[in-house]
Design a protein around this ligand. Sequence first.
Ligand SMILES: [Zn+2]
Length: 300
Amino acid sequence: MKITILGNNSALPAYDRYPTCQIVQIDGMLIMVDCGEAAQILLKKHGISWNKIRYIFISHLHGDHYFGLPGLLNSMSLLGRTEPLYLFAPEPLQAMLQQIFDVADTRLSYTLHFKALPEEASILVNQTHFSLKCFTVEHRIFCHGLKVTEKSKGRKLLPERCRYYEIPSAYYKQLKSGADYQRKDGFFVKNEWVTEEAQKDKTYAYCADTLFTKSFLSHIANVDILYHESTYLEIDKERAQNRFHSTTHQAALIAKMANASTLVLGHYSSKYKSIEEFETEARTIFSNSYASKEGDIFEI
Ligand SMILES: [Zn+2]
């Protein structure tokens, strides 16, 4: 799994930083996480194929998280997209988009499947190799986080050993799920002789815009990478609280409490020219913290 940071700023574009937009890649399939105003430009700039985007997740309806969406959907149509696109977003967005398309007499070249985000934590997609799950965070308006899981592909087969023990390939699927094998001559082949330990699930949690709260900790426990907003430095803690946002220390505390492996910060206020201090401050509490920059790629 690969996470590319495109927009990393909060409401206003400033100092070459743009509103929130990220791309999560699993096996060549892309999931867009929020679609700030510069999304199309940033996709082009970083050579990311629009056609490979299958899912778009919009956390909430503050403009810095979706003002890029009508343009992107329109451009995909102009480019002749035929693959269906799945959009998960707060319910009012559906009518808003429809009105934009209606007044322009736009007919999309592809099917746009809209799914309104439910109020409770829910599985949005559950495929063989990955799943998407939403959960609520605490912001000034209804807002969701997203957990992306790339599922373990099972135990790793050792083909030479399988051939050595004369195991038919039709049985390989069972071997991957941990089964032993008994040959017709009665010889018993233990699973660990012909496979290696399974890779663990890979997990990424995106906590959108939120104030400091433990309310969603259960949904982000033990993730490999945790994205938690830190709109403000610690000195502006009161402002963060008033605006339903978080600080560096608060993001780091959540990462620590969730037992995450890596913390990625973002959604910086445009009042800060440099973002270096975000990393320094977060690392005093959670050492594996990174202040995300445009174009950064985090791999699991
Ligand atoms: Zn925001």
